[in-house]
Design a protein around this ligand. Structure first.
Ligand code: BDR
Ligand code: CA
Length: 315
């Protein structure tokens, strides 16, 4: 079993990702760490606990993390995850406790407890992870890898047509805290960034039949997912919006799901038109070699991903 920490900002798709990770027999979900992003951290922390209560996995600790980006104010989300941040499922208020450790401490402690075994799956802004690296740089070689829903690399139409940040070509998680993303991208830790190129591909789309099956199935998490998909459909979006973050969990389970390329990438941290852009230098010549090299998702086996996700939801 692969040990992971899921660092997230639930968020409807983060919530489905939590369910997927907690139910996967291939993953050991050591902790869920919450961060400011889609909503303020108190909401994302509560939503993480609501989700674990829904699937009766209150044994998994949930920590509250950073309340704002590293150096800037938090932007307002141009895309809505609903009044409750969970596609208007309106789950009951959580009763499970919040970890006594701050998310940054929990990440540091867990990585030290299991050196080179823990994979960080990041589905929100990278503020918690960057803070852990700044506070305790010695943990860098102890982190097995980071798998993130992060960036938009211009490898196909979806990269920019579905841009989620509030500048024309940025992805939300990077846009919210570009300085944090820059620290993580430059950290030297093996990083796989699954950007909008693959995570918002229109082929990540459950059929009407699938949604009906989820809606009428006997477990609560399937009904939860159906309501999230109904919510995004009602807003005129495709079903992929309900499960964007699940691709990072899918990749943690089965890295063959996504074909990646290794490429030099820089994160734009200057305000203005390009804030939050993840610029891939793919040139044959004159490449900016000082930019860090990371793995970037280029193509995914979308059918296989949907089967994996549906199988875990219906488990
Ligand atoms: C990211 O934006 C958020 O709204 C989603 O939860 C996902 O993590 C995609 O850009
Ligand atoms: Ca998210």
């Amino acid at each position: 079993m692969k040990k992971i920490i899921l660092d997230c900002d639930p968020g409807m798709d983060d919530s489905v990702a939590i369910i997927m990770a907690a139910k996967s027999p291939d993953l050991e979900l050591l902790a869920v760490t919450s961060v400011n992003g889609n909503y303020p951290v108190d909401v994302t922390c509560a939503n993480a606990r609501k989700t674990l209560e829904l699937i009766r996995r209150t044994d998994i600790p949930v920590a509250r993390g950073m309340a704002r980006p590293m150096v800037r104010n938090s932007p307002g989300d141009p895309f809505s995850h609903g009044r409750d941040g969970q596609g208007e499922n309106f789950l009951p208020d959580p009763v499970m406790p919040v970890s006594s450790l701050h998310a940054v401490e929990l990440i540091i402690e867990t990585v030290k407890r299991y050196p080179r075994e823990v994979h960080l799956v990041a589905t929100g802004p990278m503020t918690n992870i960057a803070m852990a690296l700044v506070k305790e740089p010695d943990i860098k070689p102890l982190i097995a890898s980071i798998i993130a829903i992060s960036g938009s690399f211009g490898l196909n139409d979806y990269a920019f047509l579905n841009a989620t940040g509030d500048t024309p070509q940025s992805e939300w998680n990077v846009y919210v805290d570009p300085e944090a993303a820059d620290i993580v991208y430059r950290s030297g830790i093996p990083l796989t960034a699954l950007g909008l190129d693959v995570a918002t591909h229109f082929d990540v789309n459950f059929s009407e039949g699938d949604v009906k099956h989820f809606r009428t199935y006997y477990n609560k998490e399937a009904n939860f997912l159906a309501r999230v998909i109904d919510f995004v459909h009602a807003r005129g979006f495709e079903a992929y919006c309900a499960v964007i973050d699940c691709m990072a969990v899918g990749y943690a389970i089965d890295p063959d799901l996504v074909e990646t390329i290794r490429v030099h990438v820089g994160v734009e941290t200057k305000d203005g038109l390009t804030l939050g852009m993840t610029v891939a230098d793919r040139r044959h010549h004159h490449v900016w070699k000082h930019l860090p090299v990371i793995a970037v998702g280029r193509h995914a086996d979308y059918d296989r991903f949907l089967k994996l996700l549906a199988g875990l939801i219906l488990l």
